[in-house]
Design a protein around this ligand. Structure first.
Ligand SMILES: *Cc1c(COP(=O)(O)O)cnc(C)c1O
Length: 227
């Protein structure tokens, strides 16, 4: 299947999941996860209307944003090492993977240098998997309160990478719990936050994630094929 055909297919599934959940299609934004894929693949996706790409390596974001002249935006969705943060100002519009105070402080420092404010999400390890990064669910509130004090970060919500599974229904519990956490966080009205974003759902489970309230879905394989 071509990227174009894949995108038509993904779009149809997003639309149907929105319908099932009684949500408006405009509430869900598709992030095309282009990690490891060549610029020509991103350009093909752009011809099909994609403007937002997700990447997990700082170097790839630098290279691709250099190569692509059209106005597109990149989201940093992968684990971020503190020593790489300095390359991100001006290159990304959101960081989805903030899970350590030291990382948040480095983001603060680097974005202060360019006098810009970066939208961030806190990554939560909902299933408690040893192999994954992210905060434990019970750490989230105190973590958000702490990093909300940093004036060059704006906390927009939460992100999770659910367990890899053949059965997307088994991840519904995690998506639902993350949504509830996000709603509670929003009610706290913590200064320095604007909690309206829930980044959850990948190729294997984005329809369930949309049913449970995702506002960003991050789809790679389903658009660009196997990596
Ligand atoms: C690779 C990746 C995705 C996309 O995964 P697919 O299963 O290919 O859709 C989404 N989110 C993150 C954080 C990733 O690293």
């Amino acid at each position: 299947m071509s990227i174009r055909e894949n995108l038509i297919n993904v779009e149809e599934k997003i639309t149907k999941a929105c319908e099932r959940a009684g949500r408006d299609r405009s509430e869900v934004t598709l992030i095309a996860v282009s990690k490891t894929k060549p610029v020509s693949d991103l350009e093909e996706a752009m011809r099909c209307g994609i403007t937002i790409f997700g990447e997990n390596k700082v170097q790839e974001i630098r290279d691709k944003s250099e190569a692509i002249k059209e106005p597109v935006s990149f989201h940093m969705i992968g684990h971020l090492q503190t020593n790489k943060v300095k390359y991100l100002p001006g290159k990304v519009v959101m960081i989805h993977s903030v899970d350590k105070i030291s990382l948040a402080e480095e983001i603060e420092k680097q974005f202060a240098k360019t006098d810009s404010v970066i939208d961030v999400l806190c990554e939560v390890n909902m299933a408690g998997e040893d192999t994954k990064f992210g905060l434990a669910p019970d750490e989230v509130f105190s973590f958000v309160r702490e990093i909300a004090k940093l004036s060059h970060l704006r906390v927009r919500g939460l992100m999770t990478i659910a367990p890899f599974t053949e059965d997307p229904e088994s991840n519904r519990q995690y998506f639902r719990a993350l949504r509830e956490m996000k709603d509670k966080l929003a009610l706290e009205n913590i200064p320095g936050t604007k909690i309206d974003t829930l980044s959850m759902g990948m190729t294997g489970d984005y329809e369930v994630a949309i049913e449970e309230g995702a506002t960003f879905v991050r789809v790679g394989t389903g658009i660009f094929g196997a990596r």
